[in-house]
Design a protein around this ligand. Structure first.
Ligand code: NAP
Length: 317
């Protein structure tokens, strides 16, 4: 199987590229900026998915069996800063990718988010009514609808939750943000009443590659880890994994937060059936997710000097 992966330099896309290669499939990968040599997956070709002509020509040349879309403007703050640019990527170009996939007869796997829900009725089933509170959530919902409208089969939209994991930039995932915050003297404020069901990029990637192989599974599905946790408690678990005391974190509550932050969904968890009963991949628990995490390369010197107990972490390179 030949797989075309979009967003290969991102937190999730990097893991998906590695999972595709582990199963010995053929991989061609793309991102806006590209990379000459990304560890574990090799060359990532620069290609903006908003460049319709180039996108169409490239995919007609490659004629892949499957297309995976992990490209997005994935931070709600970035979407608020440039909503039109984000819409062009998150909605318009994503729909175009789905149309090209249908034309090629390629299986299409698109990634969406728990942020399509308002966080008042967890755990959510994929059949529950979305009600996004943010522009990011609204764009992701619009993309889901237009992607699902392109074809009746050979298509998966997978909603996932907050992702742990290691990103190529070392700045994307919760542990990378927390450690970067500590290193620059601005530890993040984490709420003890904002509940999530985190997963890991590695585990989601395994589930996604399995979904590529399971052509009888089509439509909208949910995937997450097996445990729910507040953002604050997740921060404590992350610090503990790397041998930092919990004193380094700022604890907060949604009730005291400014409106634009308090507007984030309070409690987002997923009902994992029916997918959990159909895949061999199991949802990862928090211990498994934390065990995958590494210190970003650019922080390693700082980490060795500043961790309360650096012996808690066995370095992997
Ligand atoms: N991270 C999470 O916690 C989380 C949670 C739920 C759902 N999701 C969803 O999961 C998917 C992946 O998220 P992520 O966190 O891995 O995102 P990410 O780390 O921000 O990566 C985004 C990727 O999109 C690429 N990209 C951005 N603009 C592009 C363009 N115009 N043309 C081509 N590529 C472009 C980026 O490449 P360049 O930088 O090279 O342009 C990068 O490879 C998204 O759909 C997101 O909504 C993420």
């Amino acid at each position: 199987m030949k797989v075309a992966l979009f967003g290969a330099t991102g937190l999730l896309g990097w893991s998906v590229g590695q999972a595709v290669l582990r199963r010995r499939y053929n991989l061609v990968s793309f991102s806006g900026n590209g990379s000459d040599e990304l560890k574990g997956i090799g060359r990532v070709t620069p290609l903006s998915i908003t460049d319709d002509q180039n996108l169409t020509r490239t995919l007609l040349d490659e004629w892949p069996d499957a297309i995976i879309n992990c490209s997005a403007i994935s931070s709600p703050d970035a979407v608020n800063e440039s909503p039109r640019k984000s819409h062009a990527i998150n909605v318009v170009a994503t729909t175009r990718l789905a149309e090209i996939a249908a034309h090629l007869g390629a299986r299409f796997l698109h990634v969406s988010t728990d942020m399509v829900f308002d966080g008042t009725q967890s755990p959510y089933r994929s059949t529950d009514l979305p009600n996004p509170l943010t522009e990011y959530g609204r764009q992701k919902l619009e993309a889901e609808k237009s992607v699902l409208a392109t074809t009746d089969d050979n298509l998966i939209v997978l909603r996932v939750t907050l992702l742990n994991g290691n990103s190529p930039s070392g700045q994307r995932s919760p542990h990378e943000r927390i450690l970067n915050g500590l290193a620059t003297g601005s530890p993040p404020l984490l709420f003890d009443d904002e509940i999530r069901q985190p997963s890991s990029a590695g585990n989601v990637a395994e589930a996604m590659v399995e979904l590529l192989e399971r052509s009888n599974l089509n439509g909208l599905f949910h995937w997450a880890g097996s445990e729910e946790v507040s953002r604050y408690e997740l921060g404590i678990r992350i610090l503990d994994r790397f041998g930092f005391s919990s004193n380094h974190l700022k604890r907060g509550s949604r009730k005291e937060a400014p409106a634009e932050i308090a507007n984030r969904p309070a409690h987002l968890t997923f009902e994992l059936n029916p997918l959990v009963g159909k895949l061999k991949t199991r949802p990862a628990d928090l211990e498994e997710q934390l065990a995958e995490l590494t210190i970003p390369a650019q922080l390693y010197g700082w980490y060795r000097e500043n961790a309360d107990d650096p012996t808690r972490y066995v370095a992997r390179f």
